[in-house]
Design a protein around this ligand. Structure first.
Ligand code: DOR
Ligand code: ZN
Length: 343
């Protein structure tokens, strides 16, 4: 029997929603991860410390009784965010970052920022308060090709933010291109990136393999194979600037399998197994622990976890769905086999 034991990991980019969906998805995450950075793009978005603390309580209620799990809260940056709220967030033990969504870039981003330069004074306040900025790095606008949006954002917007705020800690979330990888590699130690399992395992063909496959549609969208390979090299390189962030983003099956399906891949059901598959294919299972369990904690200046988790090399079939009839969530690789299983 082949076993792989690593320090208990954390998920540095996670959507858990609220209400019934939260109750379905949270046990998947809390079984695998000790902590997770919780995305604030609820409807309405989580924009204040007070809202985040209420949301945190709701999440804690959904954690199974025998499990130890800590949600690390974030606030949604808008044109109306105040310097006072940034100060309050930085002083809170429970708020760990602000999330910047360019308005219109993705799911529930309509309250996001439409003129990023206009909120530079807020970024200055974050830099001063030393609270990290998490960025959805895509330009918006009809005239940009969807496959170019991250690359253009890196060239035009991210590089300017990095120049103007050299001490601001930034996580470029869910990088998907070789250009974003190169940017992060070349940047100072204050700039890091998360990488999702789907962007390590699949290229854009997965969305259109024999028909339209909505469960492979997420934003930033899957890219060409050379980009996937660049992500695999970054994740398995042992470079501490790259760490685990699933971007697991549950939507009801009915809202994905639709004429206008929502963006987001649900991966919390088997997150670690999916990463293990990608690392094993790259011959780099020995690099999984740093990526999954050390580098993110170090970046956020939190202690590394003390427990362990064990994966067994064994074949199992992912269920076709999770949740109650009529309100199901279809997981990534639904009905397909995986070769690692967390014990
Ligand atoms: O695919 C995505 N889904 N990308 C995002 O940035 C947001 C997420 C969601 O909240 O569903
Ligand atoms: Zn996300």
């Amino acid at each position: 029997m082949k076993l792989l034991t690593i320090t208990r990991p954390d998920d540095w980019h996670l959507h858990v929603r609220n209400g019934a969906v939260l109750k379905t998805v949270l046990p998947h995450t809390s079984r695998q991860f000790a902590r997770a950075i919780i995305m604030p793009n609820l409807k309405p978005p989580v924009t204040t410390v007070a809202q985040a603390l209420l949301y945190r309580e709701e999440i804690l209620q959904a954690v199974p009784a025998d499990v130890d799990f800590t949600p690390l809260m974030t606030l949604y940056l808008t044109g109306s965010t105040t310097v006072a709220e940034i100060k309050k967030a930085a002083e809170s033990d429970h708020i760990h970052a602000f999330k910047l969504y360019p308005a219109g870039a993705t799911t529930h981003s309509d309250s996001g920022v439409s003129d990023i330069k206009a909120i530079y004074f807020l970024l200055a306040a974050m830099e001063k308060q030393d609270i990290p900025l998490l960025i959805h790095g895509e330009v918006t606008g009809e005239h940009y090709d969807i496959f170019d949006r991250e690359r253009v954002f890196v060239d035009t917007t991210l590089s300017d933010i990095a120049d103007k705020f050299p001490a601001l800690r930034i996580v470029v979330e869910h990088v998907t291109t070789s250009e974003a990888v190169q940017f992060v590699q070349a940047a100072g130690a204050n700039i890091a990136a998360t990488i999702t399992p789907q962007h390590l395992l699949f290229n854009r063909n997965a969305i259109l393999a024999g028909g339209i496959r909505p469960h492979y549609y997420c934003l930033p969208i899957l890219k060409r194979e050379p980009h996937r390979l660049a992500l695999v090299r970054a994740a398995t390189s042992g470079n501490s600037k790259f760490f685990l962030g699933t971007d697991s983003a549950p939507h009801l099956t009915s809202l994905k399998e639709s004429a206008c399906g929502c963006a987001g891949c649900y991966s919390a059901h088997a997150a670690l197994e999916l990463y293990a598959e990608a690392f094993e294919r790259a011959g780099a299972l020995d690099k999984l622990e740093g990526f999954a369990s050390f580098y993110g904690a170090d970046f956020y200046r939190l202690p590394r976890n003390s427990g362990t988790v064990t994966l067994e090399k064994t074949t199992w079939k992912i269920p076709s769905s999770y949740g109650e009839t009529g309100n199901t969530i279809t997981p990534l690789k639904a009905g397909e086999e995986l070769s690692w299983k967390m014990l």
